[in-house]
Design a protein around this ligand. Structure first.
Ligand SMILES: *[C@@H]1O[C@H](CO)[C@@H](O)[C@H](O)[C@H]1NC(C)=O
Ligand SMILES: *[C@@H]1O[C@H](CO)[C@@H](O)[C@H](O)[C@H]1NC(C)=O
Ligand SMILES: *[C@@H]1O[C@H](CO)[C@@H](O)[C@H](O)[C@H]1NC(C)=O
Ligand SMILES: *[C@@H]1O[C@H](CO)[C@@H](O)[C@H](O)[C@H]1NC(C)=O
Ligand SMILES: *[C@@H]1O[C@H](CO)[C@@H](O)[C@H](O)[C@H]1NC(C)=O
Ligand SMILES: *[C@@H]1O[C@H](CO)[C@@H](O)[C@H](O)[C@H]1NC(C)=O
Length: 930
């Protein structure tokens, strides 16, 4: 459901080229002095090879691979500090290094670090934002509230597994999250061996991440990065301040005897809780890496992470390591992300890990809510958005702050002087214009302490009202009450403290939650993999925060899959083989999900539902193994239209399968007549691929395997410039027994996708653009002294992800045909500069890319996600040049230069200049005073 935020997002404007209101205000450009996107300045995760693979290493040498690499770094005069070392052979060997920004002149080319024998990869340390959710219910336990029907368990067949006595006994699940409140009696009440939460670790402490609430604005957090916000680990993962991990923990493991009669999917599994978030704020992925490796060391069968950040590629450190862990036979479940509103090609890491199970969310079919009773006039009970009764006794008369049911800014200003003392009333106010808290503050100023807020068409949903006693009701109910009040009727309201619980039918119930992030990844991998219930989920919460809460998110769907995975391991044994086939079992037995409740509408695109809603019962008892369950045709330039899969009969009876093609909606991922990705809900088109297979039916005996050849032809008649992603299913039916294979393809070449936004839609000027110290955009020559913040920045938007984004300094007279601009060359006087952000540009190699004469590289960022169209810190990137210094730390002499920006098109060849989009800045005079 849509978060109820005060920020306003304009609809995307059409790029007609003139007379446009810019989408973002230039003042939203803060001048970051370090870092890029969500990466931390000067901090890197260096992955090293196993020492035995390092060439030139002498036999019997006792130094570790880490030490060999450090020595090579020191030889190059590169100052650094080792923050952390990782030593998990087969999964990850390496270190987190902070480079010394004060080393300059002496320092050799930092790019050469990649050439050091033993260095396998260098990746920046990136920030993963705090889990986002809306907290609906807290309050006293009420034994009178009727039981939740455990609709989520029924939807997924978990109830049938419970009936067979499967509860995850003997299975260990590592939860990497905000910690857990194990003092909640329904999570065992205690910590340590013999309890539900058997062990764990707090990698960070309460205060961690606090000053990093704006991960993309590194300028505001730079002090955290250099040490004032270092993690304070301890052995106790208790969380009584955040709650996210406790909710996750309850979805996996809540004990069934509780006031709501909910239960965890695997209530007898053992939990290890790894706390990687403080009470608020984000986590850097080196901490996450530590937790993942600890989770493996502790022998967890399953690792689950309800976290992530938009990333778009399979290459981030934690994505890669999660994938390796999954490939070794453990099950790794990771949230697909809650960025559905931002459209396709916006997947989250670490959920992007190729072998991990990325989990989409399905809205629960009912929402547990409460009814209020209307007195004085005849009206049905009014349902309000809270799972627990409001703590209000007696029957209180109603007072409406406005008699006008169309008022847009009701109670946004202080209430009039003639307002009575509202303390004995239920106050009625209309939603809109200002925040709920502002309205409630104005009402409280007149003594009002119980408020019904009626919807204005924004949607019936959970709202946050701080500690006020206030709830949302639906528009027709509120309008009725306001009209009765205006007519002078003696309306009064009471809030029954028991017996008024109502299973409100969710109109979107049974559909993929609109907030689920859309795939595919930019390298065209299949994300998300499957869906589980994650919208409107009642689960445990920290005791000080109310013990129970209803939350929504792929964060809630992910532990559900972890719980299902525990039942799978319990039923089939914990061998690595079971872990390795888990995703195939889940995908081949999943339930396909519609795109709407309207008959005839296509199935939801696979880019949001994955293979569909998990059917735990069928997955665990499947007597057929289909492999692979994902057929990816890739883009038209790398098209693999003919593929095979195998069907193995692992049961005791002969099976005869008939094959059918069942298309899903084709996602129109880019807006027509525009370069911009379409926002969610991503429009889908019923035009489908043509799929044929051979054989069309077959019989397979117990123990035998049948191979099926599939031929997939992209849909015809769609506008290729909308980058249609087609998808669907091949169903195998044997009587009532059904399995499926899921396919995904693109009806265009990814290389045609415009990467760098060169329109004026977002800032009113053509991008990319230079930004001066006052925050003004400029496109004519300017001089910079690098004294007192007098330095330039480049402002750009990535319309699509890129695996290589390079900023090089070139001669001001360079003759170059850039793809995105052709500005006039102009001369200015000469000067000098220096800079404090290291990066590790790749050696450009031999191709046409290398032939472009550069003076040095300023910065390279690899595997960048695209920007969104929202001004929430994900809408654009800026690269500032605070010091006249190349990426390798060497000083740039005073002079006049241009910045050459190059972004590799997806699937482009990094050695070919023609595979990059490019842009040249105006002439920049660098003149550090002597
Ligand atoms: C709650 O209110 C709804 C809407 O008026 C009504 O349909 C339902 O029967 C009520 N349930 C209870 C338990 O009061
Ligand atoms: C409501 O009444 C009950 C019983 O008289 C009392 O225990 C409770 O504190 C009252 N609640 C409020 C909010 O006044
Ligand atoms: C509202 O204020 C009245 C009068 O002070 C008090 O009796 C009542 O308990 C309060 N109700 C709530 C829900 O705080
Ligand atoms: C809400 O909390 C604030 C700060 O803790 C307190 O000052 C205020 O009185 C509380 N308001 C209500 C309605 O309880
Ligand atoms: C709204 O209607 C009530 C009842 O008729 C009346 O007492 C009150 O003055 C009206 N308020 C306004 C602002 O007109
Ligand atoms: C799609 O093709 C590109 C280009 O060859 C490749 O990099 C990528 O890995 C492919 N994706 C999949 C899922 O095979």
């Amino acid at each position: 459901m849509a978060p109820n935020m005060a920020s306003v997002f304009l609809p995307l404007l059409a790029a007609t080229g003139f007379a446009l209101a810019a989408k973002f205000s230039p003042s939203s450009v803060s001048r970051a002095t370090s870092g890029f996107g969500n990466t931390l300045p000067n901090k890197f995760i260096v992955e090293v090879d196993d020492a035995s693979n390092i060439p030139g290493k002498r036999a019997l040498e006792t130094r570790s691979a880490h030490e060999i690499v450090y020595e090579s770094l020191r030889k190059r005069d590169l100052g650094f500090k080792v923050d952390k070392e990782f030593n998990s052979p087969g999964l990850f060997l390496g270190s987190v290094l902070t480079l010394d920004t004060h080393v300059r002149m002496a320092c050799q080319d930092a790019a050469k670090v990649l050439d050091i024998p033993g260095v396998k990869a260098i990746r920046p340390v990136t920030l993963i934002p705090a889990p986002k959710y809306l907290h609906v219910v807290t309050g006293p336990d009420d034994p009178q509230i009727p039981p939740d029907s455990e609709s989520t368990h029924i939807l997924t067949g978990v109830d049938k597994l419970h009936a067979q006595g499967l509860f995850g006994k003997g299975i260990k699940i590592g939860i990497i999250d905000t910690g857990i409140d194990y003092t909640n009696p329904f999570l065992g009440g205690a910590f340590g061996p013999g309890n539900k939460v058997i062990d764990g670790f707090d990698f960070v402490g309460d205060a961690y991440g606090e000053c990093c609430k704006h991960p993309s604005r590194t300028v505001r957090c730079s002090r955290c990065f250099v040490g004032t916000n270092t993690p304070v680990p301890d052995s106790d993962p208790l969380d009584q301040c955040n709650g996210h991990g406790t909710h996750v923990g309850g979805i996996i493991g809540a004990d069934p005897v509780n006031p709501f009669n909910i239960s965890g999917v695997a209530s007898q599994a053992s939990i290890n809780a790894y706390r990687v978030f403080g009470c608020s704020g984000s986590v850097s992925d080196d901490v996450l890496l530590e937790a993942l490796l600890q989770g493996v060391k502790d022998g967890n069968n399953i690792l689950t992470m309800s976290l992530g950040g938009p990333d778009g590629w399979t290459e981030g450190t934690t994505s890669v390591v999660s994938s390796r862990i999954a490939a070794s036979g453990r099950i790794v479940t990771i949230a697909a992300g809650n960025d559905g509103a931002k459209g396709s090609w916006y997947t989250s890491g670490p959920g992007n890990g190729i072998n991990a199970i990325s989990v989409a969310s399905l809205d629960n079919t009912v929402i547990p809510l409460q009814n209020a009773t209307v007195h004085g006039v005849v009206h049905d009970p009014i349902t309000y958005f809270d799972a627990l009764p409001l703590p209000v006794n007696g029957t209180l008369p109603l007072f409406a702050t406005s008699n006008d049911t169309t008022v847009v800014d009701d109670a946004c200003d202080p209430l009039p002087d003639d307002t009575p003392d509202l303390s004995g009333f239920v106050v009625l106010v209309r939603r809109g214009t200002c925040t709920f808290v502002q309205k409630l503050t104005n009402i409280a100023a007149k003594g009002g302490n119980v408020t019904l807020i009626y919807d204005n068409g924004s949607g019936f949903q959970d709202i946050s009202v701080d500690n006020f006693t206030a709830v949302l009701i639906q528009a027709p109910d509120g309008e009725f009450l306001a009209q009765q009040f205006a007519a002078g009727a003696p309306v009064a309201i009471s809030f029954p403290q028991s017996g008024a619980s109502f299973q409100f039918p969710d109109p979107d119930g049974g559909l993929i939650s609109s907030f689920t992030s859309y795939g595919p990844t930019n390298d065209f991998f299949f994300k998300p993999a499957v869906a589980a219930p994650g919208g409107n989920i009642l689960s445990t919460f920290p005791v000080p925060l109310g013990s129970f809460a209803v939350l929504s998110g792929t964060s809630m769907a992910t532990p559900f899959m972890a719980g299902v995975s525990a039942l799978l391991f319990e039923a089939r044994g914990t061998s690595a083989e079971t872990g390795k086939i888990a995703r195939s079992l889940f995908e081949s037995t999943a339930q396909r999900v519609a795109s709407s409740h309207t008959d005839g509408d296509p199935l939801q695109t696979v880019t949001q539902q994955g293979a569909g809603l998990v059917d735990a019962f069928r997955a665990i008892h499947a007597e057929v193994l289909v492999s692979p369950t994902e057929l990816i045709t890739n883009d038209t330039a790398h098209f693999r239209g003919v593929q095979t899969f195998t069907v193995k009969n692992t049961g005791k009876a002969r099976k005869t399968f008939k094959l059918t093609h069942i298309p899903a909606g084709t996602a129109i991922t880019v807006q027509p007549d525009s370069i911009f990705p379409a926002d969610g809900p991503v429009p889908i088109d019923a035009t489908a691929a043509t799929v044929s297979f051979s054989p069309k039916s077959f019989t397979v005996n117990p123990g035998q395997t049948q191979t099926v050849t599939v031929s997939i032809t992209p849909p015809k008649g769609l506008d290729a410039k909308t980058f249609p992603v087609f998808s669907g299913f091949i169903e195998l039916a044997n009587g009532n027994e059904r399995f499926q294979v899921t396919y995904l393809g693109l009806a265009n070449s990814l290389k045609n996708m415009p990467v760098v936004d060169n329109t004026n839609v977002f800032f009113g000027v053509n991008l990319p653009t230079m930004v001066d110290p006052e925050g003004n955009f400029f496109s004519t020559p300017e001089n910079f002294t690098f004294v007192d913040d007098d330095f330039p920045s480049v402002l750009l938007r990535l319309n699509f992800g890129t695996s290589t984004l390079r900023f090089d300094l070139v001669d001001s007279n360079i003759k170059l045909n850039t793809t995105l601009n052709t500005r006039e060359v102009e001369e200015t006087e000469t000067h000098v500069f220096e800079r404090s952000v290291f990066s590790f540009p790749h050696n450009p190699g031999q191709g046409t890319f290398a032939k472009v004469k550069i003076l040095g590289t300023l910065f390279e960022a690899d595997f960048q996600p695209r920007n969104s169209d929202q001004d929430d810190g994900t809408g654009f990137n800026e690269l500032s040049i605070p010091t006249p210094q190349f990426a390798n730390g060497t000083t740039i002499p005073n002079g006049s230069y241009r910045i050459l920006l190059r972004a590799l098109k997806v699937t482009g060849d990094p050695t070919k200049e023609e595979d990059f989009e490019s842009w040249l800045s105006p002439v920049l005079g660098f003149g550090v005073p002597s």
